[in-house]
Design a protein around this ligand. Structure first.
Ligand SMILES: [Fe+2]
Length: 296
């Protein structure tokens, strides 16, 4: 059991990166392996035969596909899907494609793993959390989809653009509740967009047009950066493969395993310091005060 992560799929447009030719490792995976797509999964949308073909194709792959939502999802379809619980958080399982699973916003999941190298040691913070420590041989994942469309002026509301692309206040509140229960500590964050602080680095490398205006979600992520402990934060949206620091990874065309991403981060060097991190003389700085609240 392992975890692999990639960026936007956009329905048929970018799904070829999951082919045997482009991602040979995928061939040897099993249903116990997870591929997490960091938003803009994009299916179903229009119910076309082409779309059905690709959903069937993905269902037939040997792994289990998980995705957080991006700005390019058909939100009326998701609205109608039943909500169930799996791995400790809320999910939506595609009825005709049971190995395609939507990881809902603000949820904390304990995904089973096999590799001993994947397992983080327990800590005092685990013991203090109401949710309790992550079960042995699991990876604790915080999923928070959504993003603002930079091109919504050219899109049609209700067809190619949906206001649900950004979380509602209740979704931020649920996220904060679930993270509090997890003691504000996870292994992996998967989102579609990233904290506002990373936008300059990402947008100078990728598709900049209209994406550099901070919105409510990237602002909330910026506050979350100061409070949440995590090992790695992966996101899509910016259509670029880039590691702006040792703990943040933008993904688009690449499909990378958890182990590979950790190794890449270790080679990249120390993560950028945050408010509340240990100080240079080794004394622990005070934890950030207050909640990373969403004011809206
Ligand atoms: Fe996208």
């Amino acid at each position: 059991m392992g975890i692999w992560i990639t960026g936007d799929v956009h329905g048929a447009i970018d799904i070829a990166k999951l082919s045997h030719r482009r991602w040979p490792a995928g061939r040897s995976l099993t249903r116990d392996d997870f591929l997490i797509i960091a938003g803009d999964f994009g299916m179903p949308w229009d119910g076309s035969n082409e779309e059905r073909y690709w959903l069937d194709w993905l269902e037939e792959r040997p792994w289990t596909t998980l995705y957080v939502d991006g700005n390019h999802e058909c939100y009326p379809y998701l609205e109608d899907l039943p909500v169930t619980e799996r791995w400790g958080g809320k999910v939506q399982v595609y009825p005709d494609h049971p190995h395609i699973v939507h990881l809902m916003r603000g949820q904390v999941f304990d995904l089973p793993l096999a590799s001993a190298a994947d397992i983080r040691p327990p800590s005092a913070a685990d013991d203090a959390s109401r949710r309790g420590p992550a079960p042995a041989r699991t990876l604790r994942v915080f999923a928070m989809g959504g993003a603002a469309s930079h091109d919504k002026a050219w899109r049609t509301p209700g067809w190619s653009w949906f206001p649900e692309e950004l979380p509602a206040p209740a979704e931020y509140a649920e996220a904060e509740r679930n993270l509090a229960e997890a003691g504000w500590k996870v292994d992996l964050v998967v989102s579609h967009c990233c904290a506002a602080r990373w936008l300059p680095a990402l947008l100078s490398a990728g598709d900049r047009a209209g994406r550099d205006e901070p919105d409510a979600l990237v602002t909330w992520f910026d506050e979350l950066e100061e409070r949440l402990a995590y090992r790695l934060w992966c996101f899509g949206h910016y259509h670029v493969d880039l590691m702006p620091d040792a703990r943040h990874r933008a993904l688009y065309r690449q499909v990378a395993s958890w182990d590979e991403l950790l190794a890449e981060g270790a080679a990249r060097g120390p993560a950028a310091p945050r408010d509340g991190d240990a100080t240079a003389d080794g004394t622990a700085a005070a934890p950030p005060e207050g909640r990373p609240a969403h004011d809206a």
